[in-house]
Design a protein around this ligand. Structure first.
Ligand SMILES: Nc1nc2c(ncn2[C@@H]2O[C@H](COP(=O)(O)OP(=O)(O)OP(=O)(O)O)[C@@H](O)[C@H]2O)c(=O)[nH]1
Ligand SMILES: [Mg+2]
Length: 570
């Protein structure tokens, strides 16, 4: 049976502690811890982890027993009360303070079923006693199931006593705080202990011991004063009784309270519910408002993408794309003789090892590198210069800005994990950016149709000019050789071959001049398009490598927040 089932299985308290609800809250606490464990510092979670573990162990061991501790400062009369309740001299009562150094236990009912519980609580076997006597008859039957512990003093000069008392206070189901008329207002008692137990009013009894030393009117005065102090501690709901270890008659109320607790068998569950509240309250400091819908806002992502783009050489690539457009356009549409010249110039994109990779699905194999038969193809690398120190610094700042923005509305404890998350993949960024740039389709893979049409027209014009030239040369040659002359047809006064030659030349130049601004506009467009696509690719990298890890932490925060609300929903 797991822990939560174990809690759910516990009988429900008539006075409000619902076993099923407590089980749900405990389950929520486990969920909370699972989610925040990788992110929050251990010391913030120790109490919660301890509680989850303690609750499981306690409920697995015995639900038949109620473990009650007598706690208080030295000399308040814990051991005396322990002996008086057991009606035996079990725990030494001393004059020399402090007396009790290790916990003593008295079990009402058979010892055996309680021994595992006492092993877990950590009471030495020789300090365990049994309150089972045939002589008692049924006198003690009403307390069957009670495991009473006499604790060392919590304000001890002996450090070991304090540690032992603190350890046991975390494990028991119900605490009887024993105070005496001199020290009931002690600051350590109230600030370091009672206040810490303010969520446990249901499993707390405060006794003013040694009341036999006071007159009944003084007892009333002290009880009233003690009541006020407890109210201020947040324990106004806890019963306050006057007792005396010396006068058995003054123990009746305490016995009755214990009998009621033992019979109800609810103290363990109530303690758990109180602990859940205490821990929930402590953990509340780790939670703030709900994480925003678009946790990392667009402006921050844009700024990050901007500095990543600069570091990845996006402006240089976009410019190369524009230049490549211009050069290729001139090579396709220019005057055929000029075309050859411009083909001789290296392509600006190819110079950066860009625009050669098959674009769909990322990068293809580098020239001369065979792709492995299976597995991803090696990624084409650009020859862009490495990011400058200033660009790298700008990237670091923008990455930090993402973490800072995300952390702004959250409690400070979330800032370090968000920062770590934002930087978690920073080492992979340069490669990822280079790959993204190499794989981006810059929009220059196919030459526009009009380039071909204009190219063809240029050829036609050139051929026309050449035809005219040839015709004229033939005419001159015939004349030079004294052969019969050619008679050129004429258009108006201009002979046709001259017209063809000049027309071809002039229109060719005109066409080139006309296309120049068109090509310039196209180059600007190509540059802008390349820049947009590259920025989109870089933004994708920013999202994957910086924003996604940050979102993961924010998701954990949101889940933890919900879980904690469930832990605290009483
Ligand atoms: N008159 C009177 N004296 C008491 C009462 N309870 C305890 N005493 C005396 O107070 C002194 C301290 O009692 P203990 O029972 O040893 O006190 P304790 O709280 O166990 O002290 P440590 O073990 O040192 O923490 C002893 O001398 C007891 O006789 C009481 O109800 N009335
Ligand atoms: Mg003692």
């Amino acid at each position: 049976m797991n822990l939560v089932d174990r809690v759910r299985d516990a009988p429900t308290d008539d006075e409000g502690v619902d076993a099923a609800r407590t089980a749900d809250r405990l389950d929520a606490l486990r969920r909370f811890l699972r989610v925040v464990d990788p992110y929050l510092p251990d010391h913030d979670l120790v109490a919660a982890h301890t509680l989850v573990e303690r609750a499981g162990n306690r409920l697995a061991l015995s639900r038949e027993h109620t473990v009650v501790a007598l706690a208080g400062s030295t000399g308040s009369g814990k051991s005396s009360l322990f002996n008086a309740l057991a009606r035996l001299k079990l725990s030494p009562v001393g004059v020399r303070r402090p007396t009790t150094g290790v916990a003593h236990a008295c079990v009402w009912g058979p010892l055996e079923p309680a021994s595992k519980l006492l092993d877990w609580i950590g009471v030495l076997p020789r300090q365990r006693f049994l309150r089972e006597s045939a002589l008692d008859g049924d006198d003690e039957a009403t307390l069957h199931g009670l495991v009473l512990l006499d604790l060392p003093d919590f304000d001890s000069v002996e450090r070991g006593h304090r540690l032992e008392a603190d350890r046991l206070l975390a494990l028991v189901d119900l605490v009887i705080w024993v105070v005496d008329p001199q020290k009931y207002g002690d600051r350590i008692l109230h600030e370091a202990y009672l206040r810490q137990f303010r969520r446990h009013a249901g499993v707390t009894i405060v006794v003013l011991n040694q009341a036999d030393r006071l007159s009944s009117s003084d007892t009333d005065l002290v009880l009233a004063d003690l009541g006020r102090l407890l109210e201020a501690d947040g324990l106004g709901g806890a019963p306050v009784l006057a007792t005396s270890a010396k006068q058995p008659g003054m123990l009746a109320d305490l016995r009755a309270a214990l009998e009621q607790t033992v019979a109800g068998r609810q103290a363990a569950l109530r303690r758990l519910a109180g602990d859940l509240e205490t821990v929930g309250e402590q953990l509340a400091a780790t939670m703030g408002p709900p994480a925003a819908e678009d946790e990392v806002d667009r402006a921050t992502v844009r700024q990050l993408a901007g500095s990543l783009a600069a570091s990845a050489g996006v402006p240089a690539v976009a410019e190369a794309a524009g230049n490549a457009y211009r050069q290729r356009a001139v090579a396709s549409t220019g005057w055929p003789l000029v075309r050859g010249l411009s083909r001789l110039r290296p392509d600006p994109l190819r110079r950066l090892h860009l625009g050669t990779a098959p674009v769909q699905g990322g990068a293809g194999p580098e020239p001369g590198v065979d792709a492995p038969p299976d597995g991803p193809a090696p990624v084409a690398r650009t020859s862009l210069p490495e990011a400058s120190a200033a660009q790298r610094a700008a990237v670091t700042l923008s990455v930090r800005a993402v973490a800072t923005r995300a952390a702004a509305p959250l409690p400070p404890v979330w800032a370090p994990p968000l920062n770590t998350a934002a930087r978690s993949r920073a080492g992979d960024l340069p490669d990822a950016l280079d790959r993204a740039v190499a794989a981006t389709d810059l929009g220059l893979r196919r030459n526009p149709l009009w380039w071909r049409a204009a190219g063809l027209l240029q050829w036609l014009l050139t051929l026309t000019a050449l035809a005219g030239l040839g015709w004229l040369i033939t005419g001159y040659a015939l004349r030079a050789l004294g052969l019969p002359q050619l008679h050129y047809p004429a258009v108006g006064a201009v002979p046709l071959p001259t017209l063809l030659l000049l027309g071809g030349l002039i229109f060719g130049v005109l066409l080139a001049l006309l296309l120049k601004p068109v090509i310039s506009a196209g180059a600007r467009r190509a540059r802008r398009r390349a820049e947009q696509r590259l920025r989109a690719a870089v933004t994708e990298v920013a999202r994957e490598y910086v924003v996604a890890p940050v979102r993961e932490v924010l998701n954990a925060y949101a889940q933890a927040r919900e879980a904690l609300i469930a832990v605290r929903s009483d």
